[in-house]
Design a protein around this ligand. Sequence first.
Ligand code: DGJ
Length: 740
Amino acid sequence: MIHFNPETRTFNLLLKTSFYAFKVDSENRLVHLGWGPRPASADSEAALISGWTVYGPDKGESSFEQQSRPDELVTFGEVSYHEVSLKVNFPSLPPKLQAEEAPHLPIRDVRLRYVDHEIVTDAQPGLSPTHGQPTRNSTRRETLRVQLNDPVQPFQVTLCYRLTPEHDIIERWCELNNLGDKAIEVEVCGFATLNLPHGTNELTAVTGTWAREFTTQRQQLPHNLYILESRTIETSHITNPFFLLNRPGQAWEESGTVYFGQLAYSGNWRLTFEQLPSSAIKIHVGYNPFDFNLTLAPGDRHVTPAIVCGVSANGWGGGSRRMHAFARERVLPRPDRQLSDRPVLYNSWEATYFDLSYDGQLELIRKAAAMGVELFCVDDGWFGGRRHDRAGLGDWVVSSDIFPEGLNPLIEEVHKLGMQFGLWVEPEMINTDSDLYRQHPDWVLHFPGRPRSEARNQLVLDFGRTEVVETIFQALDNLVNEYPIAFFKWDMNRYTSEPGSVAGKALWRKHVEGVYSIMDRLRRNHPNLDIQSCSGGGGRIDLGILGRTDQVWTSDNTDAFDRIRIQEGFSLAYPARAMEAWVTHALNHQTGRISPLSLRFDVAMRGALGIGSSLNELDEAELAEYASYIAFYKRIRHIIQNGDLYRLQRLEEFGASIIQYVLPGGHETVYSVTVHDHQLGWLRPTPPLQGLNPSATYRAVDRHDREVYRASGYELMTLGIPGEAGQLVGYSRTLYLRQI
Ligand code: DGJ
């Protein structure tokens, strides 16, 4: 509920278990009042913040005074000693000023003053900017739009707050309007400023690199600034745009107050955490100001992407579950009609790499179908001159060397065996050894007269050119028109160098807009097409891309041991339903480690299960084992893909990861144990389960439907399942518990 008190000019945003409040002060500035959990007994109508009490104003009495006023959006202007979320250059003098003031231009000072507000209730799907993908939950939501104007410059900013009360989530974004007749340059463009209570300075975030994404990092923020960012043109493997924050020592996995946020943007982003000398915490979220440009022509309006943020009164786990539920219901495109759960996928990459052949794929198709796979995806190498990674990117036509009769015979076989067909693409890239490059060598990012640095032998197409975006859209659209393709694995295998574009510095934003627009148009034209976001594994995972894709490729690292850690980091922010996870060979290609099949399946079954093994190397008994696991997964995937996640034991604490997925109502749950590390003499505790019905009896079965345990919900939620936690390295088990 959004409440406005006209007397005190106070806004109260009330969510299920949390509140957010700010007010218009005596000088018409928008000042934050507070954000946090609501007392459990508070009645939503009566429990409002009056706004009579406000933070002391900055009086300007000391030349070194701290900036203590918690503005809802901190701008560069008047007294600003600290970081800002918005900086604008105005090119002209306000009316009535003399021309001799002109040498002071541009005016780098923006002040925002309250003009008006409105509360809009709509059923708009997705996030800002709107993308039109239908989502699972399309019920109407309230958005507060507060209009602020600069008092003398023709510039307007609307701060937007959209509420999803049931998950305690607020989406925040800004709309910038140039109301004048000259172009305005925006130098720093945030989506919002977040003000957190003093001392909320323990940060949980992730770092990493290719094949080592989502490494959980918990640290205390320093005073001044701490930055998480991407300068790669995409979300990046190096860190991911989400955070959890709490007062040190006052939050744990299932207890304490935790603030969280995640960006809905897949380009150069920045999260700047600022701890002021007073220990007040601000987070400036938005576009990365590095090499940034946003020029608003007269009459132009720019809508920023959104930050999705909230507060959990039940620890990091509560924060993750809120983010998961929000992504499942309000971000991910609506589940496809044939199957509301993510299908079991087979991907041929690690089986064949570039050694593709019609017969080879046919053999894999037959074996995959026999073991219960539902979606068969042909990976890299099927098109143009792509026999290796030095040629072909850009030429999205089926190679007659590999498939002399096109893809139809293969797809017919896939369909005959009851599966859907998918194809790998890497639309933003080009090899110099391609027909597209030979025709348009100027269509790539470059600076004239400078070398064009290749990475993985490829260059980046200039999506600042509308004709390039259109050509790539047409190529993909033609493929789906010609073949019954149900799934694209959309890859991107390098970061950007020499970002020279016809769009200038705006390229960083234009690239993302180009990717989004192609995906949106494809989905509109082909409502049954699913897309997986992949960027050399987990380089493009964020809520912006999840609004357009059905799942993501979590990491190129398919080693089960490494995946336990990677997936735990992923689970901090993103739902299992979107987390594609493959079972591959016993001897892992990337790490050289040998893992038992049970561990490989138990880890991969924690997300959207896929198979990437070379099926032709497996004997009959092994193929049967695969089939048995896949059948088991199909029985429990509705819980994994739609249930609430509890991290009962985190890897960083005990060397084991024990998690539980439970459906609302607590009738069914999946309990999954994986042991990553064990030291002799180390006695791991048995964690109690969560979310069950205490008086009900539960039967726990393994994949063979053998009962391994039976207990009441009460026992399970107090003592846990004995014996499972104390096992040795490589031990794993997935149990399906059902109320009887
Ligand atoms: C990187 C992806 O992450 C892999 O799964 C595979 O598709 C290769 N690219 C293909 O080039």
